[in-house]
Design a protein around this ligand. Sequence first.
Ligand code: SAJ
Length: 458
Amino acid sequence: MNRICVLGLGYIGLPTAALAASSGLKVIGVDIDPEVVRSLGNGRAHIAEPDLDVLLDRVLKNESLIVQTTPCQADIFLVAVPTPITEEKTADLSYVESAIRSVVPVVQKGNLVIVESTIPPGTTEGVVSKILTESGLVIGEDLYVAHCPERVLPGRILEELVNNDRVIGGINRESALAARQFYEEFVRGALFLTNARTAEMVKLVENAYRDVNIAFANELSLMCSHLGVNVWDVIDFANRHPRVNILRPGPGVGGHCIAVDPWFLVEKAPQSTSLIATARSINDLMPEHVVAKVASAVPPGARVACLGASYKADVGDTRESPAIQVIEDLIAKGYVVNVVDPYVSKMNGKSLPLTTLDEALDTAECVVLLVDHSEFKLLDAAKLKEKFANGKLIDTRGIWTRTDGACPFQGIAPKPAKRGLVGVRCSNTQIVDPQVMQNIFGPTDTYLLSTCLESTTR
Ligand code: SAJ
C-alpha cells in the first residue's frame, strides 16, 4: 500500500490527507506547527469545513491518518503549504522551499513529489527541482516531480476535492503519469495531464479571471453609485443577455487566493499584465469606497454596525478580508464600531468588538452589510430601509437594497417579461462603447474600461 506524506495541514492539506486516508491510503500528515499537530492528535480540526470533522474522526481513530511535525519516508510527498505575498507583491516561496528541503533527507529512488501550493510559472522545474537534486537522485528518472494545483472552493472543499477536474503538470511524462495514479484513488473528476509550467499557469489564470471579472462588477458599482442607478438591477438585466454573465460587486476581494495569485502573473510578465494589475488595484480600493460611504452618512463618533467580518459568506476565514479592513479603518477614524459575525471572533489576532445582531441594530446610527451570511439574508429589508434611511443602510452585497428586477418606476405596473423579469422598453437605444462611457464618467471610475481599451487597441 502506498504511503503518502502530506506537508502542510491547512485548508487544502488537511482535507486532502483525510480524503486520501479514507480511500485506503496510509497517510502521514505533517505540520510544522506543534499546536496544529496536538489538536489533531486530540481529534480536533483547527479549520471549519463541512463534513471534515466526521471524516477526520474516522481516519484518525483507525490510524489511516497519523500526524506529526516532521516528514518521514513515504512513496509520495504532497506539498500543500501557503505561498504568501511579499510587500513587493511577489510570491514568497519560503514555505514551499523549506517543505521541499525537509523531504530531501528522506526521499528515495522511485518516489513522487507533488506540489499543490500555488506557485509562479517555472517554479516546479526551477526552485523545487533544484532543491530536490540535493538528495543525489536524478529528477525525472529516480524521483518524479509534478505540480497539481488545488482548485477547491472554501465551504465546499471535500465535495470539490472529489468531483472537480484536475490539471496535472509533470516535469516529464513519467512524473505526470505517476501523479495521475495517485489522484485516481479519490478524484472522480477528469484528470488532465500537461507539463508543470502549464499547470502552474492554469491555476493563476483561473483566479486572475475571477478577479478581473469581480473588478468589472466593482467598477460598475462605482459608476452606478455616481449616476444614481441601482447596480444590482443593471447586472440582473444585463445578465439576461445570453452571452453576458457579470459577477457581483462587493466591499473588495478577500481570501488567500484571488487577492494574491494574480500578482504572481504580474511578477512574471509585468509588461503584459496591465489589465490584471488594474483589476487588483480596483478590488483593493473597494474597502476605501465603503468607508467613504459611511463617512458621508454619519460623522466620526457615530455608532456603526458592521455585519460580517469574514472574507465571504458562511465561512469563518478572515484572510485578506475586505470587511476587516473596513472595520479597522472605521475604528481608526473614530467610529464606535459593533461587529456581528456568527463565524468569526478575532481579527489579526486581536478581539473583534463583537455584539449580537439585535443589539447592533438597536443601537446603530448606520449599518454596513459587509458579508452576505445566510443569517443576514433573513432580516426584514423593508424595516431596515425605513429605520436607516438617507444612506445610513450601506448594503455592499446587494441583499437588501436591490430591487430584484422589479420595475423602478412607481405607478407603472410591472409587466412580466420572458423568464419572469420585468421589461422596460426604451424609446431610443444608445450604443454604449467603453470609450464613450469613459468620456461621460471620467477617469476615476473607469480604470478597468480604459485599461481594456488600451489592451485591445495595442
Ligand atoms: N466575490 C465578489 N463577487 C463575486 C464573487 C466573489 O466580490 O461575484 C468576492 C468574495 O466575496 C470573496 C472573494 O471574491 O471576498 C473570493 O471569493 P470566491 O468565492 O470567488 O473564491 P475563493 O477565494 O473562496 O476561492 C477561489 C476559487 N477560484 C475560482 O473560483 C477561480 C477556488 O476554486 C480556488 O481553489 C481558490 O480560490 C484557491 O484556493 O485558489
